[in-house]
Write a protein that binds this ligand. Structure first.
Ligand SMILES: Nc1nc2c(ncn2[C@@H]2O[C@H](COP(=O)(O)OP(=O)(O)OP(=O)(O)O)[C@@H](O)[C@H]2O)c(=O)[nH]1
Ligand SMILES: [Mg+2]
Ligand SMILES: [Zn+2]
Length: 344
């Protein structure tokens, strides 16, 4: 795992920082006294160990005492002493995928500085609109661009039905059918995988995330990600991947593989949910009451839209459920007034 860059024949060191995803956004955070420190990108996060990619290859970081590796995410940019490999500090994130583990007071970063979130679902029993909406809320909230990848279309009878349901999940959403086992997947997804671009893969176990990582990495990959079969009767995977990792994509870009999630509890995602259900939230200002819950109030623009078919009733039900869950899971701490303050 510590040989990611040098494993890759196209990426023999030195690798320009820009092709690792370095941007002016990060450069601007460097203080004058930090100019001799080397920017590196976190490739793997373990309980007591961090590995990173630098211009000259993969590095095992030396951690100051009291470092909590849980504060770091795959994809993070850090400043490192070039000779000792001692970690200096993490730079602010441009985007972050984070979630609150059940009962926890703090948000856990899962991946950082991701440009595009590939939300992977199979065209089988795995496909579930409510779950896909959870991933979309997560992506929206974290500032990453979501794309739905439909896999196992080769084993499905009616792909169009899956595609139509996926397209309806969010306005302007890109939905791509892809077979992760075929090399053509790389060219199908090339638009999101350019030099310096970072994509992350999320979705249930067994949908083909690691298979896709291996295809995107290409034949030059020395240590392919392990992949596993699924159970016949319910299409569930075997949780083959157990940790997150950053991999080079042949011809440019970076891909973060993640373990399949059993459940995704949504929290701290009010704005992400509002973007996801834009067709509902944008009607709210037309309701008679400013704090309309769109459930029973007279003069409700959302109910009117449901009645004449502009808004899908199932969507309204799922929106309300997700919003309630989000509130229940989000601790009420005093937050700055303004855009992020809780509203009707
Ligand atoms: N027929 C078919 N098989 C596929 C497709 N995509 C993936 N598979 C197979 O599905 C199985 C599971 O793939 P993995 O890549 O291990 O799935 P994963 O999403 O990484 O799963 P976890 O690591 O458990 O989260 C493998 O046997 C793949 O070969 C597809 O589009 N069509
Ligand atoms: Mg996997
Ligand atoms: Zn209303």
């Amino acid at each position: 795992m510590c040989r990611l860059v040098t494993d890759h024949p196209d990426l023999l060191p030195p690798v320009p920082l820009a092709s690792l995803g370095w941007l002016a956004f990060f450069e601007e955070q460097r203080e004058p006294h930090e100019i001799d420190l080397a920017p590196m990108r976190i490739a793997t996060v373990h309980r007591s160990r961090l590995t990173a990619l630098s211009e000259t290859g993969a590095v095992k970081l030396t951690l100051p005492v009291h470092t909590n590796t849980g504060d770091f995410a795959v994809g993070d940019w850090v400043l490192v002493h070039p000779r000792t490999h001692m970690l200096h500090r993490r730079l602010n994130r441009r985007t972050v995928l984070e979630r609150r583990l059940e009962g926890s007071r703090t948000l856990q970063p899962a991946a950082a500085n991701v440009d595009t979130l590939f939300i992977v679902t199979s065209c089988n029993a795995d496909f579930n609109q409510a779950r896909l909406e959870r991933y979309l809320a997560l992506a929206n909230q974290g500032g990453t661009n979501p794309v739905i990848l439909l896999t196992k279309a080769d084993m499905a009878a009616d792909i169009d039905a899956y595609r139509d349901q996926a397209v309806a999940l969010q306005r302007g959403l890109d939905v791509v059918t892809v077979n992760p086992r075929l090399p053509a997947a790389a060219s199908t997804l090339a638009a999101w995988c350019g030099v310096g671009q970072t994509v992350a893969l999320v979705g249930s176990s067994g949908v083909g995330k690691s298979t896709l990582v291996n295809t995107l990495a290409g034949p030059g990959q020395v240590h392919p990600q392990e992949t596993g079969g699924i159970r016949e009767h319910d299409a569930k995977g075997r949780h083959t991947t157990t940790s997150r990792s950053l991999h080079a994509i042949a011809g440019g870009g970076w891909v973060i593989d993640t373990p399949g999630m059993r459940t995704l509890h949504v929290s701290d995602a009010e704005e992400g949910i509002a973007t996801l259900f834009a067709e509902i939230t944008e009607l709210a200002p037309s309701c008679r009451f400013r704090d309309c819950t769109h459930a029973h109030e007279p003069g409700c623009a959302v109910q009117a839209a449901v009645a004449d078919g502009r808004v899908d009733l199932e969507r309204l039900i799922r929106w309300r459920k997700l919003l309630t869950e989000n509130r229940d899971n989000t601790p009420t701490s005093p937050r700055p007034r303004g855009r992020r303050s809780a509203g009707g």
